[in-house]
Design a protein around this ligand. Structure first.
Ligand SMILES: Nc1ccn([C@@H]2O[C@H](COP(=O)(O)O)[C@@H](O)[C@H]2O)c(=O)n1
Ligand SMILES: C[C@@]1(CO)OP(=O)(O)OP(=O)(O)OC[C@H]1O
Length: 162
């Protein structure tokens, strides 16, 4: 089989407005020292939303808004790990598996460095990868976008069956 039949690359991104009284969840990890969290229909986990969209895009399967419409009460306050698990099932049904992922979170405050290892471990666990295959980058917006959290993700998939 040609190499281009066995590999796929995907990209996803997401953004949510920040507000007080909301939790800040990134990669399935609650960020304890956040003064504000993501305004969203779900738990607002921008990292898992971007990652899930990246996985879908690699196989041209649309986006998470199609699979989990934000107009549906069923998905209100949804734990975003449910989205990722569903997307991983779709990927697996097509005989693909993640090889590695790279995620970037843009957020001015709080600093997230202390949570990097926990986020990488949690995402790796969800993807059934080792954490050395989960790159986690944090950026500030340099004050240009202090009221939102943004995430971007790239994934590489490989065919898991001949
Ligand atoms: N929420 C964030 C944002 C950034 N960091 C770390 O700060 C360093 C500098 O970021 P710049 O955007 O100014 O280049 C970099 O090492 C980031 O990892 C962070 O921990 N939390
Ligand atoms: C996750 C869903 C569904 O609860 O809602 P949000 O949390 O608002 O997230 P978004 O990234 O805007 O789009 C996907 C949605 O359909």
């Amino acid at each position: 089989m040609a190499i281009f039949d066995s590999l796929r690359i995907g990209f996803g991104e997401d953004a949510h407005r920040l507000a007080q009284g909301r939790p800040l969840v990134l990669g399935g990890v609650a960020i304890a020292n956040a003064e504000r969290g993501a305004v969203a229909h779900s738990d607002g986990d921008a990292l898992l939303h971007a990652l899930s969209d990246a996985l879908l895009s690699a196989l041209a399967l649309g986006d998470i808004g199609q699979h989990f419409p934000d107009t549906s009460p069923e998905w209100k306050d949804l734990d975003s790990t449910v989205i990722l698990r569903h997307v991983l099932d779709l990927v697996s049904q097509r005989d693909f598996t993640p090889v590695n992922v790279a995620v970037t979170v843009t957020l001015d405050r709080p600093k997230l460095g202390a949570s990097r290892a926990e986020i990488a471990e949690r995402v790796a666990q969800l993807l059934r990868l080792t954490s050395d295959r989960v790159g986690v980058t944090f950026k500030t917006s340099e004050g240009l976008a202090p009221d939102h959290v943004q995430a971007r993700a790239t994934v590489l998939l490989a065919r898991s069956a001949p």
